[in-house]
Design a binder for this molecule. Structure first.
Ligand SMILES: Cc1cc2nc3c(=O)[nH]c(=O)nc-3n(C[C@H](O)[C@H](O)[C@H](O)COP(=O)(O)OP(=O)(O)OC[C@H]3O[C@@H](n4cnc5c(N)ncnc54)[C@H](O)[C@@H]3O)c2cc1C
Ligand code: SF4
Length: 507
């Protein structure tokens, strides 16, 4: 029996389930760079460099551990271009009579894999992904019978189950969640540490040349290439975060400062999502920092909640609801994505800054994605699939299982409130409070209407007004509708006029 063990580009983990019981002398581990996956959306160039370089390094490490690896590079003459055709070619070349693979992170790929057994005529075993703390099946049991799913309750159960930040069955510190301590506004005098910087070795250099050559029309800058491409480097990035940034992660989690894309965030999603790091090792490192007195509870709990709470929760929602979730469009949004999402050419400074940083780094932190880029897409009613495609393209940590629920559920409320209890809509005052962007903006954040007013201000009320029939039963918006109702008819008319004019200018 010779088994083909397929390892995908986001499965770069030595303990991945597809390698369990691998017979190193007979089995073939297949890894392949294929055009179909690199271009099904036009991924940011930096993401392609990250994945191809990390895959090549991982393949070499597997060989050093005694595995027989068949690796197809993108520019190999006999590369057939798709996962399925590479699997087929390798089976024939090596005479394999079974395929073993770990379930992919995307419904589209899973659907295709489920046909392989019939199409290829050999047993295909799709194994559960053992890198998460809960399986899609466990999540569906948790979700069944609940009218509304809320991350906070899911998080508490996971925390108890894995005894994370717990003492005698109670959360350490007496509270489950310290978010109220985690909203410090930006402080220009902060001495923010530099992010992790990789060494660009020969392998990465070759991949950079390949990507510059073959993916020139894709969005984004390759240089500076800063990302870890091996597990050893990713562990180094994790240690740097724990030592230099974690202590302030909580305090400045929501803050945005012009010219400071990295703030006190971890920048670990790149590695968690492609398998170079495992969630529990990040959680345990943060928990240890708390016990050693090196980081406060609000930071450590906040960081851990993102990983064992949000990350697991959005994955659960993805597998529970696909493929229907991708088609959700609660507000019927259909505006085309404005071209400045690609060029950053807008007078709205917050958007321009976040897009410029996204282009350069293939990264923006959570509040930039949620309250600037996402908030604008929500308020202006941009087509759900266009927004999803943009977010899937531009970030190096983007995979559909995590991107889609964050975009359709969290920012666009396209699922009508399945994931979030209310739309994350806000006017300019939120952005002004949590950033220093407004100081250098063409628009005035304090002005509510008129030519020079911050567009977020009138667009916010316009969004509530035009979607009233869909939102007025949401008790979390009652206060806002009461405020709107107290406005004079003239003021409402100006809001509508300014909004219509602005929206017309987007096309
Ligand atoms: C519109 C939108 C799109 C997003 N798209 C993605 C995406 O494609 N891939 C992705 O990994 N995250 C996505 N997120 C979640 C979050 O913004 C990123 O995980 C985070 O910014 C990554 O940076 P970091 O590693 O510095 O995170 P930190 O702020 O340091 O957080 C620590 C870790 O927690 C996890 N995490 C935090 N928030 C979330 C969340 N909402 N969902 C899932 N995991 C979370 C990540 O693994 C992250 O590395 C998106 C959020 C929004 C609002
Ligand atoms: S004034 Fe408005 S558009 Fe300008 S940076 Fe502030 S929030 Fe953004």
């Amino acid at each position: 029996m010779k088994t083909l063990r397929l390892v995908l580009g986001d499965q770069l983990t030595y303990t991945i389930s597809s390698l369990d019981n691998c017979d190193k002398t007979h089995d073939i581990v297949l890894m392949c760079e294929v055009m179909a996956e690199a271009t099904y959306v036009k991924h940011h160039k930096k993401k392609i460099v990250l994945l191809f370089s990390a895959m090549r390094h991982f393949a070499n490490e597997l060989r050093e551990q005694g595995y027989t690896v068949s690796y197809t590079q993108l520019d190999d003459g006999d590369n057939t271009g798709s996962l399925f055709s590479e699997v087929k070619r390798t089976i024939t070349a090596h005479g394999c009579n079974k395929i073993v693979v770990t379930e992919p992170g995307e419904y589209r790929v899973l659907e295709s894999m489920q046909t392989w057994q019939d199409e290829l005529g050999i047993a295909t075993e799709i194994r559960s992904d053992n890198r998460f703390l809960s399986t899609p099946h466990e999540f569906s049991i948790w979700a069944s019978g609940r009218k509304q799913l809320r991350m906070e309750y899911f998080y508490r159960e996971i925390r108890q189950k894995h005894a994370v930040l717990m003492a005698d069955g109670e959360p350490i510190g007496g509270q489950w969640n310290y978010d109220t301590d985690n909203r410090k506004p930006p402080d220009d005098s902060l001495n923010i540490p530099s992010p992790y910087q990789t060494n660009i070795d020969d392998i990465t250099q070759q991949v950079i040349s390949l990507v510059s050559d073959r993916f020139d029309d894709h969005f984004g800058d390759i240089a500076p290439f800063q990302l870890a491409v091996t597990r050893e480097q990713a562990l180094h990035a994790l240690n740097q975060f724990i030592e230099n940034r974690l202590f302030r992660f909580g305090d400045y989690q929501d803050a945005m400062i012009q010219g400071q894309p990295w703030m006190y965030h971890s920048h670990l999603s790149f590695y968690l999502n492609c398998g170079l790091l495992l969630p529990m090792e990040c959680v345990q490192a943060a928990e240890q920092a708390y016990h050693d007195g090196n980081a406060p509870l609000n930071s450590v709990e906040g960081f851990i909640r993102q990983i064992i709470g949000w990350r697991e929760y959005v994955r659960g929602i993805y597998w529970l609801t696909m493929p229907d979730y991708a088609a959700k469009n609660f507000f019927g949004a259909k505006r085309k994505l404005p071209s400045f999402y690609w060029t950053a050419d807008t007078k709205m400074n917050c958007l321009s800054q976040c897009i410029t940083e996204t282009k350069k780094n293939a990264y923006a932190h959570h509040i930039q994605r949620l309250m600037v880029l996402g908030n604008f897409a929500l308020l202006t009613g941009i087509d759900v699939s266009e927004v999803n495609e943009w977010f899937l393209i531009v970030y190096a940590d983007a995979y559909e299982w995590v991107e889609l629920p964050n975009v359709s559920g969290m920012i666009l409320f396209a699922d009508g409130g399945y994931l979030a209890s209310k739309p994350y809509a806000a006017g300019g005052s939120y952005i002004n409070k949590m950033s220093n962007y407004c100081k250098s903006c063409h628009y005035k954040v304090t002005k509510k209407t008129g030519e020079s007013a911050c567009p977020f201000n009138y667009l916010y009320w316009h969004f509530l007004a035009i979607n009233r029939d869909k939102l007025n039963k949401n008790h979390r918006l009652t206060m806002m509708y009461k405020t709107y109702d107290r406005m004079s008819t003239e003021k409402k008319a100006v809001i509508e006029q300014d909004s219509e004019k602005f929206l017309a200018s987007l096309s």
